[in-house]
Design a protein around this ligand. Structure first.
Ligand SMILES: Nc1ncnc2c1ncn2[C@@H]1O[C@H](COP(=O)(O)OP(=O)(O)O)[C@@H](O)[C@H]1O
Ligand SMILES: [Mg+2]
Length: 346
């Protein structure tokens, strides 16, 4: 549905050149919710603006629905763009137009009758849950409602692709969840392909099927959400995935020499992580029984991503030294990644 083939974009000005996107290739399938995550300045917005040619790449190909947008004449490009909607962090609504007027705007000059436009606007307002707001002005709406108007406007010309550039970054956590819920619903109901740009990993975790991590104009890692969270490769990906987990708090406790992590000689502090489609909890109780070792969970971060358990546990294992070692080896043999963080006898 979307294929970027070796695209690059450099901005020049004030005698400086900024390589915002560097030789990026990417394929996004029909109906996917694809995330692009990276810190501010990584090149995410430039990348996504290349998909609808708001920015023209210097080199490479941008294929959307089988058409290379780089090769289209201006008129053909305008037509092709109708299949790509976009929403923004700050909503970009017209303040002087009503909600209905904002949504109707992209329908102008489409040869629709006034009645058809009114009907389409009503349909779109229903779709985003704002049926009673047609006549109010954006200033009378909450942030979440404004973004719903942005979504309705983006969908006015019935696009097959929706680009979302930090669409929830200006919203509080609860409103973010409701907008993400709406996007998920629209993805299903309308078979919309979505590209979600964000600097917040929990957004990626909660709605994307696959994601790419961007750093300094490059895609440093991409894969399924399961792979990215269960086995991140690049350091930057690890840093991002850590932001959605409480497991790293154990290192703060160690630094503070908290009483929780002061171990008896019989104790070992270890981190268990999912690496495959196993269930750590069941293994823990079995290992505990088999080897007569007490396993006390201190932190847990367990989630189901794409139908598969992902996450990890920080535990204190307590028992005879040899029994603890055997339990650890047995858990490793079952396919769980085990990192011994600290031993009580050292
Ligand atoms: N129109 C522009 N002119 C000059 N530099 C730009 C322009 N747009 C973006 N940049 C630069 O390109 C880099 C990537 O920016 P951007 O794509 O907005 O990153 P992100 O969305 O990840 O924060 C930054 O260094 C930014 O300053
Ligand atoms: Mg940006």
């Amino acid at each position: 549905m979307i294929e970027l083939d070796a695209i690059s974009k450099t901005f020049r000005g004030n005698g400086k050149a900024v390589e915002a996107v560097r030789n990026v290739s990417l394929k996004i399938g029909e109906g996917e919710i694809f995330g692009v995550i990276g810190y501010s300045g990584a090149g995410k917005s430039t990348l996504v603006r290349c998909i609808n040619m708001l920015e023209r790449p210097d080199t490479g190909a941008v294929l959307v629905n089988g058409q290379d947008l780089m090769k289209l004449a201006p008129r053909e490009l305008r037509h092709a763009r109708k299949s790509i909607g976009m929403i923004f962090q700050h909503f970009n609504l017209f303040r002087s137009r009503t909600v209905g007027g904002n949504i109707a705007y992209p329908l102008k000059y489409r040869g629709l009758s006034r009645k058809e436009i009114v009907e389409r606007v009503r349909e779109l307002l229903d779709l985003v849950g704002l049926s009673d707001k047609a006549d109010v002005y954006p200033s009378q709406l909450s942030g979440g409602q404004k973004q719903r108007v942005g979504i309705a406007r983006a969908l006015a010309s019935k696009p097959s692709i929706l680009l979302c550039d930090e669409a929830t970054s200006a919203l509080d956590p609860q409103t973010t969840q409701s907008i993400l819920g709406l996007l998920r619903e629209l993805n299903k109901k309308l078979a919309l392909t979505m590209v979600i740009i964000t600097h917040e990993m929990h957004v990626v975790k909660s709605i994307c099927t696959r994601a790419a991590v961007m750093d300094s104009g490059l895609i440093v890692e991409s894969g399924s959400i399961f792979d990215i969270f269960s086995n991140p490769q690049a350091q930057i990906t690890r840093d991002f995935t850590a932001t959605t987990s409480n497991l790293h708090k154990i290192y703060d406790l160690l630094n503070e020499d908290s009483p929780i992590v002061r171990l008896l000689p019989s104790q070992v502090l270890a981190r268990f992580s999912y690496t495959g489609r196993n269930t750590v909890e069941a293994l823990i109780s079995t290992a505990s029984m088999l080897f007569n070792v007490k396993i006390n969970i201190i932190f847990g971060d367990l989630d189901i991503l794409q139908g598969t358990p992902v996450g990890g546990l920080i535990n204190i294992l307590d028992g005879e030294r040899e029994a603890v070692e055997k339990a650890v080896q047995w858990i490793i043999a079952k396919g769980v990644r085990v990192e011994v963080i600290k031993r009580g006898d050292h």
